[in-house]
Design a protein around this ligand. Sequence first.
Ligand SMILES: [Zn+2]
Length: 300
Amino acid sequence: MRILTLIAGLFLTLPVFAMNLQVVTRKNLRFSNPNLQITARASETFEIDSSAPEYEALVKESALKVIALLPEQYQTGNLTINIESSGTFIDPTGFEENIPLSVLLSVEMPEVNQIRICNHELKTDLISTRSLVSHEVGHVIISRLWDASGKIEHGDWAWKKSIYEGVADYIAATATNQTSGGTNWWDRDVLRYKSFEEANKQTLLATVEAVKAAYAKDGLLKFRSYQNLISSLEAELSELPTPPADSNAIGSWLAGQLWLLNQEYGKDKVLSAVFKIALTGDKKSDPQAFVEEVRNLLTR
Ligand SMILES: [Zn+2]
């Protein structure tokens, strides 16, 4: 009886707030979409693959480490991480092709509380996997703070892409205690750009060309779906009067600035400053002003 009471007491002391996290590996995936890269799919079917429990455990452990950075009261709701390495893509003309799913197609989908980890290039690269999962879950924890602000509709973004991407890179670096996930084309290094100007010079078109070269090398460019994706991006970007900067590069610079603040003030203080800004739900569009705002909160 006493033991039973003790156990009951133990359950009562468990935290009330907990994110309901699920990691699912998909197989025999078929999906249709107007364009390979569009996030929300027009339709999809799949089966659950239970053959990779170790990989799922690594993904789960990486995700939990990031979730743990968030104050407990914000660790709420559901999160499903879907792992996909290949699938049959059906385009609007009805053409279908079984393709490996590139890391480029990985995405966080706040509106449905899901993350898609496409891991064709990563399979055995555990360091990159950890870094990518931490980046995507980094987006999730910021989204939960925006939700809590009451000002941002669930699934909407309060920050411009460069800030949103940079903060996720910073969270990934902080959670994994590494400035870089590796030296492959998909890995980000938060200390890569020495200045904002240097990062701002990296155009999106140059990034697309780098991905194209990597795809040519590892065979992905053999697939019509990837050829179409790259050529439509090239066409779209070269039509613009001024070539847009790659917001991921600016994001890496921002992440590096926050990482350097970690060294100066300790990660707990920097994270809590970033979280404080997210909790206001205020719109942010200037990456340099964002870094200044974090710095001001730390020196106040
Ligand atoms: Zn991202």
